[in-house]
Structures are given as C-alpha cells and as structure tokens.
Write a protein that binds this ligand. Structure first.
Ligand code: UT7
Length: 333
C-alpha cells in the first residue's frame, strides 16, 4: 500500500513492541464448572475461547516488566535512557505509587518521568497520544507506553455476565523522536460520555452507584448490552472522523485495531462502517478482554502472524469505562 505521510506535524514514531501474558489458561469449559454458562454461548456471543490469569502474587507491574523485557529482546532496544514511562491500567498494583514507578525501579532508569493514566480500555491509545504530544513538543525523545492489566483480580467469578469476558496481559511500545522523517502519526479522535459511567465501573470510594441494579463490592460491574450498543453506535463515526482529518479512505488503512472486547461487536462495527473485517487485528480469542492491554496484544499478534508489515498504517480505537473512546492513525515502523 502507498506509504503517504500522515498530517499533524508529529515527529514521533513507534520503534518496538513487546507483550506478555501469564501462563495459566482459563478455558470456557472450566468456566462451565464455575457459573451457569457454556462454551457455545461464550464463543457465539463473544468469540472468546480462553483467557490468561495471573498468579496470586503476579500483579500488573510484573506483567508490564515482562512485556518491556520482550520488547528489549526482540527489538534490541535499551530502555535505561527513556525520558518518560506512561502506564495505562485499571488494575494498578497500588493506588499509589504508580505502576510506572515499579517499571522505573525494575530497569533502574535513573532520570525519567513516570505516571499511570486512567482511561480504562481506551488507556493505551490515550498513552500513545500523550507520548506523541510530548515528543513532538521537542521536550522528550523516548517514551515507553505500556498497557497492563490483571483484571482477574477485580472480576467477580460468580457473575456469569462478566467473568467469561476478562483476562490478564500486558503490551509495551517504545515511541521515539524522528525529526528527519516526520509523518508517522496523524489524526486524533476522542469521545467522552461521563453520564454513561455507571454502565461499566469498579466500586471504590464513592457509593453513589451502589443502589443501582449493578452492585460491585470492589469488583468490576458492567451492563454489557448498553456498552455494546454505545460502542457500535459511536465507533464508526470515530473511524470516519479519523479518515477525514487526513483525507483518507478505508483503502488507505492497512489494519483496523479496535479494543478487543468482543469479536461480535467488532463484526458489527465493521459491518456498520463498511471496513473489511479481514483487515482487522484483535486479541480476544485466546486472551479475552484485556482492557488497556488488548490493542498492543492485537498488534503483536499481527506481527507474529506476519500480517502487519513495516510501513503499514493502523487505525487504533480504544473504548470502555467512562464511557470513553479514543482513536488515532499511526504507521508501524
Ligand atoms: O471492555 C470494555 C468495553 N466492554 C464491552 O465492550 C462489552 C460489550 N458487551 C458485550 O460484550 C456483550 O454485551 C456481552 C458479551 C457482555 C453479553 O452479550 P449479549 O449478547 O449482549 O447478551 P445479554 O447481556 O443481552 O444477555 C442475553 C442472555 C440473558 O438471558 P435472558 O435475559 O435472555 O434470559 C443473559 O442472562 O444471555 C444470558 N447470559 C448468559 N448466558 C449464558 C448472560 N451471560 C451469560 C453467560 N452464559 N455467560
């Protein structure tokens, strides 16, 4: 495909990726023993066959560290000189200190900024947006963006409407400055509807939503049908907006990588928008819904399956708790 430059005056580009999932596999058949469900229902409604579950002493920062080690090994990259570490997660090891500081400490990165960001399943795309802005400002040159989740720790395994969905995993990318070859990043789309927040949340300090039909007890709660409808209603519009900003058509996009919440939902989005499902990358079949990790896991599967090639353009759209959605177009280097 034609490798046109993207607009947006960006001097940032993606230069490496690494991923990690825990060893333990939780299959649909095992879930049949835990709640009133069955493999056929789960596959038919979600496309999910299995998911990975972190060990009792394995946390989001541990998965993130393994993803960064994978990136270093495969792309021959040093991380001790990164200027900033951005971690997207809804399952931080602690409220504070941030998961990003755990990564800094493990790799002994002496001088860096480190922070977590909260944008649920859209968090990884938010992280890429921030990294681009920081690098294109000229103030930073090398940034680690990580999406990592141990959702199994906040999943209610007596609630069949959610426990069949979620899994654990992590993905990390390196975003670096390249002032000589700009144009790897372009187009930005955000949508936030806080009024719909009660459709997907984890109870914390506020009790405000506790008297609704969804009650969490510290676990994740979701009105799946409403989130499904919201996403299928809004994501196709976001896709059009991303194209419009670069005066592109769907033929110019090599791969569409939406958040991997549910394969049926991605099929509906493709059908509604007219984007061919064959050019979509997703990760839920073997990993379940891994929230902020789902998009880097899907990109990496695309690389490992020899689908994604250097120079290919990606349309990334994350969406979820908030409700929030974020999209961008970026070229894989
Ligand atoms: O990552 C953040 C973003 N999240 C999402 O994007 C999630 C989007 N939503 C979804 O993926 C889907 O809505 C679900 C997979 C969560 C649910 O699928 P659905 O097709 O929307 O099913 P539903 O909630 O409308 O439920 C249909 C029926 C209900 O039974 P009745 O009322 O028709 O008798 C449910 O009780 O299926 C029942 N059901 C189940 N049956 C067997 C719900 N969960 C299960 C289950 N096994 N695990």
């Amino acid at each position: 495909m034609n490798h046109y430059p993207l607009t947006g005056n960006s001097s940032a580009k993606l230069t490496g990726i690494g991923t990690y999932v825990p060893e333990r596999i939780l299959t649909n058949c095992e879930l049949e023993q835990m709640v009133d469900t069955n493999d056929e229902w789960i596959v038919q409604r979600t496309g999910i066959s299995e998911r990975r579950i972190a060990g009792p002493h394995e946390y989001s920062s541990d998965l993130a560290v393994q993803a960064v080690i994978d990136l270093q090994r495969r792309f021959n990259k040093e991380v001790d000189d990164v200027d900033f570490i951005i971690v997207a997660t809804s399952t931080a090891d602690y409220s504070f200190p941030s998961t990003a500081t755990r990564i800094q400490d493990y790799f002994e990165i002496k001088r860096t900024g480190a922070m977590d960001l909260g944008a649920a399943c859209a968090g990884f795309v938010y992280g890429l947006h921030l990294a681009n802005a920081m690098i294109s400002s000229g103030l930073q040159r090398k940034i680690l963006v990580v999406g990592t989740e141990t959702l199994s720790k906040i999943t209610d395994y007596t609630d069949r409407s959610t426990c069949i969905l979620f899994g654990d995993g992590a993905g990390a990318v390196l975003v670096e400055a390249d002032t000589e070859n700009p144009g790897f990043y372009g187009s930005s789309w955000f949508l936030t509807e806080g009024g719909e927040g009660r459709q997907l949340y984890r109870t914390a300090l506020s009790e405000e939503w506790k008297d609704t039909q969804l009650s969490g007890n510290g676990k994740l709660v979701q009105n799946g049908r409403e989130v499904y409808k919201w996403a299928v209603r809004n994501i196709p519009e976001g896709m059009q907006e991303l194209l419009r900003q670069n005066q592109l058509g769907f033929d110019d996009i090599d791969w569409f990588v939406p958040h991997s919440a549910n394969l049926r939902m991605i099929e509906s989005i493709c059908e509604k928008s007219g984007f061919p499902i064959e050019r979509t990358l997703y990760s839920m079949v073997h990993y379940g819904n891994t929230s902020a990790a789902s998009i880097p896991l899907a990109i990496d599967l695309g690389i490992k399956q020899n689908k994604l090639q250097s120079g290919d353009s990606l349309m990334l759209i994350g969406f979820g708790g908030g409700l929030v959605a974020a999209g961008l177009i970026v070229r894989w280097n």
